[in-house]
Design a protein around this ligand. Sequence first.
Ligand SMILES: [Zn+2]
Length: 417
Amino acid sequence: MKIEKYSIGIGDRFGHQGAAQLAAFVKMKERGIDIVPVWNKSNREHSLIGTKPFDVRIEADDAVKKLGWKDSYYVDADHIGINTVDLFLDSSNYFTLDVADFIGKEPARDDLEKFTEACRKYVRNLRVPGLKENILITQEMIEAVGKKYLSAVKEAGKIYRHILSRKREGNFITEVSTDESSEPQTPAELFLILAALAQEGVMIQTIATKFTGEFLKGVDYVGDSKQFAKEFEQDVAVISYAVKEFSFPENLKISVHSGSDKFSIYPIINRTIKKFNAGLHLKTAGTTWLEEVIGLAKSGGEGLHIAKDIYVQSYRRFDELTKPYLTVIDIDATKLPAPAAVKGWNSKDFVLVLKHDQSCPQYNNSFRQLVHIGYKIAAEMGERFTTALVASQKEINAGVTENIYQRHLVPLFLNND
Ligand SMILES: [Zn+2]
């Protein structure tokens, strides 16, 4: 099983939008660009909503059947560790091994010695095709990377071998994520991390690196996009170099955990993958959920009522809801409209504030982030929420497809800049 050159991770909190999401990929195919969908959902989302990994498998299979999709598709056990992987073994064929908790943990002395010994041959100036500057690797760097990342790599090996023993070779895709590290990896660090993964026998097909700037949930990139462009290009170049150097699968590619809607850096990503003829996996998250809320609000009546309730209750339960997300949101509480004001809004008012349109003066990114993490409120509404979803299906489906297609896939893959 080899993942295709271009793939996009699509999250769907409540599992109703699989076909609407897939329709965006069909539209790209009609324009001559093959991109495969990967339905991703983390254990955190499952436990907050009360869904099971198998629900995502059913959703994906149903969507594919409904639209007659003939290409590949995947179901991603997103950010799993050794304690959660078993829940996903039957339903997933893509595993994102999250070993962030092991970064910075002191490795065993033996392991560190073996790693530094095996990497000794790289102590030099590496000439990486596509990069202007050489990458200097020193003995000190090798030791530092070993100390910082080797425990995480060993843990990835443990999870990988566990999956391998259950699913057997060739039946799954492996990603390792280091995007939740505190600092972006330098090109030398990434090269050495890849060396460590190869030595450990973890045959990854995608790797998520950490970039400069903030990748907050549901809102645009915050940071220095020039620096991002530099790091992204370096990472892509190092990965394609490492494929040859360490005999990883040919299709090994970069994975961007976008948190959704990083519109300002999509043109950079587009240009860079074309320049290097490289592949891309990019995960989106709650952007579909936000389209559901927008669709509900647009449809007025009970739908609008529910959209307002989601906001008002999220506002009241601010501390509880933000707690699991503190590192990936940046909400300015003084910018949040008071519940009493929101109650008086009509459909248009609500949509203008929530919709991710930075040219719109009403758009409020604190409001949007709060609704982004407010899906727990909808989950608690149970049938009231799902009945409304079905009632507003037409409105919502159109928004979901258009959002993935026009605002994500087109700028990422078509020539438009
Ligand atoms: Zn991630």
